[in-house]
Every structure is written in C-alpha cells, then in structure tokens.
Design a protein around this ligand. Structure first.
Ligand SMILES: [Zn+2]
Ligand SMILES: [Zn+2]
Length: 389
C-alpha cells in the first residue's frame, strides 16, 4: 500500500501551495497570512476551524464515520530570520525571512492529508489538525496548549512529522525514546572588585574567577553524569572588561545546555549553581546563576512509535522505515505535546532533492517530491489507527 493515489494526484496542487508559503515566509507569531490561507482552505473543504489558538495557530476538526477515539496531527507554520541564498522562482519575497526549516512543507502535507480525509472520512472518531505558530524558539506548541488545546480538542494520541535532509527521500524514521534534546540557556554573573591591571591585589578579578568556572563546568558533563547519557554544556559568550589596564568589576558567562534525560538536566542545573557560587566565593567574589529551561527533550512513546512505524511501512515499505537513527542535540517544541499525550515524532527523509543543504542553511529548500509521501503517512495514521467499524 504505497502513497495514497488520490493524494499522489494532489502533488501538483500541493507543490503550488508549498511554493506560495515559501515565497511568503512569516516569523514566530506573525503567521497571519499563512494561518489565514490554512483556515480558509480547511473551511472550503467543509472542515470545522478554530482560528487564533495560541495567538496565530489554527485547529481543524474532521469527524469520521461513527464514534471513536481522537488523534492529533501537528504541523508548524513559522519561518526563520535568514536571508535566502537560493535563486528559485519561489524564493522568499520577504527579505531576511526564510522557510529554512521546511515548515512550508509540513503545513502543506497536513493540508494535503486534511483535504483527503475530509473527502473520504474513511476512519472512526475524530482527527484534530494542529497548525502551530512559532516552533523556532518561541514555543508555539506550548502557547496552544496553554490556550486550552487539549481541553477544547481532546486527543488520545498525537503525531508530528519533520523533514530530514540527512535521510534519503522515500524513507521515514521512527525511533523510540529521546530523539531530540532539551535546550536550556544560562547566564552567570560573576562579581569581583575592579582594580588597576597592574595592581591586582587591590581587587578581585572576575575574569580569573570566570575562567575557572568555564573549566570546572565541563566536569558536569564529563564527571557527574552517566557517560552513556548524552549532554552538552557550552559557554558561548564570555563578556568582561573594556580596557588593557583595568580589571573590571564583573564578568558574564552565557551559553546552552542540551540534555535528553530530566535527571541529568536537574543535576547540571544544580551543579552549575554549586560550582559557580563555590568557585567565586572561594576566590573572594560572588556568582549569580540565571538558568532558564527551554524546550524539553522530545521523547517518543514506545507503543505509538511502533504503531507509527507500521503505518509508515504501509506507505514507504518496511525496508525504508528506519528504527535506529541516532538522536540529535537539536530541539523541538512538539516535545510539549509529547509530554501531555502519548505519541511519536517522525522524520521524513528528503535527501536527494534539488537542495542538499541542511535545515537552517540559507540554501535549504523543502523537497516537493516528498509532499505526497508525508501527506499519505499523516492520512494513514488516522485511517489505520482509527479504523472504521
Ligand atoms: Zn528549525
Ligand atoms: Zn523545523
């Protein structure tokens, strides 16, 4: 059972939608044009629509034949602040904003699935279509959840699909457990006491303190967690001083922490405070840590991953479903939905298309050839997991 025939017939139409979205990219919570087109299309196919969920999100609801469970399918709509380096006829018309993560393709595939499901209704229960804003760093999925998403549109399970340039077109990855990392930010303010650069004994040097903190923080990754559990701690900014001959009063260290396991995350947060404060105090200064949690780790649920892998095999063939793709340290806000409901986040191979660039690269482009594959997987998730009785 390969790509659904009537969805394959939509390829040209979906390609036109995708390129139109690509030409008119919108940043987080500004997706008004995109959301308007999505909502209008859904309504034109007889789908019940709620606009403005989580600011600019859209939800469509399709009732199948007879009572049954509810499934949520999610696509993201936002673009990135990148100047596009492609020269295609559908290049961004919004200078400095670009669909460099393929959310134009995700929105299109969910629309394709919606059109098919609304026409055929060959399933039981309900499918909720979530078109979310602001995936790129501004937690649009959380905004929708906080706006009552799962109270207003109850779901027994949720699924999301992201294109993946490192996997060949025609493949789908369905991997159990943690697949993307939690992404946290931190700022450490080290306070010393300014002095003449030639007379350090009159002051407390925050740069020396900060340097030791940078080094000691690495022991959180190398010495204080299970080596088989992944984590990264990177100090990416170290700001201090403004003159050759002045020891400054303060220094700030900032960076990112990526983890897959909540216990490791807790440990790193607590350890960072202990190390920064301990070193600073020991050297006569002080340190204050501002640790901010971002997206949680994206953790696929075992049962739903098995189900999604079976469904995907029905579209692309068993040999093209990858169950062992290694996790990535990138992060994804579908994690907020997976923390609320059982589900699975799938990767859709798109390598081998006109652009081989990775996501977030100025030469990235969504591979339109995979639109019917992704739309078929989404539609089959509904039909296979909620069969008509
Ligand atoms: Zn992205
Ligand atoms: Zn993305």
């Amino acid at each position: 059972m390969p790509v659904i025939n009537s969805i394959a017939a939509l390829e040209e139409e979906m390609t036109a939608w995708r390129r139109d979205f690509h030409m008119h990219p919108e940043l987080a919570y500004q997706e008004t044009r995109t959301a308007g087109i999505v909502a209008d299309k859904l309504e034109s196919w007889g789908i019940e629509v709620k606009r403005g969920v989580g600011k600019t999100g859209v939800v469509g609801v399709i009732k199948g034949a007879g009572e049954g469970p509810s499934i949520g399918l999610r696509a993201d709509m936002d673009a990135l602040p990148i100047v596009e380096a492609n020269d295609t006829p559908w290049k961004s018309r919004n200078e400095g904003v670009m669909h460099a993560c393929g959310h134009d393709g995700h929105t299109t595939m969910l629309l394709g699935a919606a059109k098919y499901l609304a026409e055929t209704r060959n399933f039981a229960g309900t499918v909720n279509l979530f078109f979310q804003p602001a995936e790129e760093g501004f937690a649009g999925a959380k905004a929708m959840i906080d706006d009552g998403l799962f109270q207003d549109f109850p779901c027994d399970q949720v699924y999301g699909l992201h294109n993946w340039p490192q996997l060949p077109a025609g493949t789908v990855s369905a991997v159990k457990g943690p697949i993307m990392a939690a992404a946290d930010k931190f700022d450490i303010t080290v306070t010393g006491k300014g002095a003449h650069g030639a007379m350090p004994h009159h002051g407390v040097d925050p740069i020396v303190i900060g340097s030791q903190i940078v080094t000691a923080l690495q022991s959180l990754v190398s010495r204080s967690k299970d080596p088989l559990k992944g984590a990264v701690l990177s100090v990416t900014m170290f700001k201090a001083g403004a003159a050759y001959n002045v020891i400054p009063d303060t220094a700030t260290l900032s960076g990112t922490v990526r983890t897959f396991d909540a216990k490791v995350q807790d440990r790193i947060e607590a350890g960072m405070k202990a190390i920064a404060e301990g070193i600073a105090t020991g050297l006569g200064g002080a340190a204050a840590v501002d640790y901010r949690r971002g997206y949680p780790a994206t953790v696929n649920h075992d049962r739903q991953t098995e189900l999604a892998a079976e469904v995907a095999a029905g579209v692309v063939g068993k040999d093209n479903v990858r169950l062992d793709v290694p996790p990535t340290m990138g992060s994804e806000d579908f994690s907020f939905m997976l923390n609320e409901k059982p589900g699975c986040y799938l990767w859709l191979g798109q390598g081998g298309g006109p652009s081989e660039a990775n996501v977030h690269h100025p030469q990235y482009d969504f591979n339109d050839k995979v639109l019917p594959i992704g739309a078929s997987v989404l539609a089959r998730l509904v039909e296979d997991l909620q069969p008509k009785r």
